[in-house]
Design a protein around this ligand. Structure first.
Ligand code: FE2
Length: 368
């Protein structure tokens, strides 16, 4: 039995602070196939921010923009551009989770408080993690007067605008990029504060190309439902690590990519490409040697090659994955689309080919 001192149940939502939530909503709906499910803004009495809740199966993204310069999100956007502010968890008890986290040294962002409207009441609290990123804890009470039966959280109204879903099911993992020398600090944070354990370690032997060296440790809850790899830049052979490029443009540590799990990666990626989502491509030579590296797979390699999908294997199976280009103008946040067929890894066998592609992009940006 693994410890779960915070009573984490799952990722409740990921909140992004964005410069223009209305346009971001259109992008996530038209490009990524999310549906708008809920809304908070001037019409609901919220004069500080506007938020759209975008939903696809079990993924909830919240896109929030400030209505003026005074809300903190304005400062976050000034510093970081569009990015992940909050990786929020559903927990058993938001008060207890907060008290435990603070007792283990976490920095408070907001003490436990009620959120309520005519649909009910929830408890929410928040702590700081890397950079200006936070973890909120949300719990639905169990008492007679508690519970919530609304579209998202109190303060939001239901507002459905259907997207054409592409088969994205679930957040598989969210990677944090942290400053040089800070990886172990943040791994200790996830161990001590969140009760996570070290799941996999990658060092620069695994993931060093000529320039884009990095180190990475995957921290996971006991049930391996919530996985947070933490990357730090490593010394390359004279060029700038892709992690350092991110940190320079995000202007701090922050969430690098959100990996979205799907059941049929071929159909999902084909739809995303039709919708105009831009993906990284590896050289075609990758597919000449891939069969030898991964052995027999169910999918047609030619189809994977056409779409640019990568394959990797571990002892338990294989995975299919692909990475988008950054989804904003700063070379910061991007997405991974993946399907797991038994494999619990993160695509280590693809790092080299991928990083050569990333370096090519970095070179074009003048950031190598
Ligand atoms: Fe990933």
């Amino acid at each position: 039995m693994s410890a779960n001192p915070l009573g984490l149940k799952k990722i409740h939502h990921v909140e992004f602070y964005v410069g223009n939530a209305k346009q971001a909503e259109f992008f996530y709906r038209k490009a990524f196939g999310f549906s708008r499910a809920a809304y908070s803004g001037l019409e609901t009495g919220n004069r500080e921010t506007t938020s759209y809740v975008m939903r696809q199966n079990r993924v909830n993204f919240v896109l929030t923009t400030p209505m003026g310069p005074d809300h903190y999100s304005a400062e976050h956007i000034k510093q970081h551009g569009d990015g992940v502010r909050d990786i929020a968890f559903l927990v058993e008890d938001a008060d207890a989770a907060f008290t435990y986290a603070i007792s283990k040294g976490a920095k408070a962002v907001s003490a436990p408080h009620d959120l309520s409207d005519e649909n009910g009441r929830v408890r929410k609290s928040s702590i700081q993690t890397y950079g200006d990123t936070i973890h909120s804890f949300i719990s639905y009470g169990t008492g007679e007067a508690d519970g919530y039966d609304g579209p998202f959280l109190p303060g939001f109204i239901s507002q459905e605008v259907a997207g054409e879903e592409v088969g994205i099911q679930l957040v598989d993992h969210i990677v944090g990029n942290v400053e040089l020398g800070k990886m172990n600090f943040w791994c200790d944070f996830y161990r001590d504060v969140m009760g996570f354990e070290r799941y996999i370690t990658f060092d620069d032997k695994d993931i060093s190309t000529e320039y884009s060296a990095l180190m990475s440790i995957v921290m996971s809850d006991g049930g391996h439902n919530i996985k947070f790899p933490i990357n730090e830049p490593a010394e390359g052979k004279g060029g700038k690590s892709q992690i350092q490029e991110y940190i320079d443009f995000y202007r701090s540590a922050g969430a690098q990519h959100v990996a979205l799990l799907c059941k049929d990666v071929i159909s999902t990626v084909a739809k995303l490409q039709q919708n105009g989502v831009e993906f990284l491509r590896v050289p075609d030579t990758y597919y000449e040697e891939v069969r030898q590296r991964v052995g027999e797979i169910d999918e047609d390699i030619e189809v994977l090659k056409r779409l640019g999908i990568l394959i990797d294997r571990d002892d338990e199976g294989y995975l299919l994955q692909i990475f988008t280009k950054p989804v904003e103008d700063r070379p910061t946040v991007f997405y991974e689309i993946l399907q797991r067929k038994g494999c619990k890894g993160f695509g280590k066998g693809n790092f080299k080919a991928l990083f050569i592609s990333i370096e090519e992009e970095q070179r074009r940006r003048g950031n190598l």
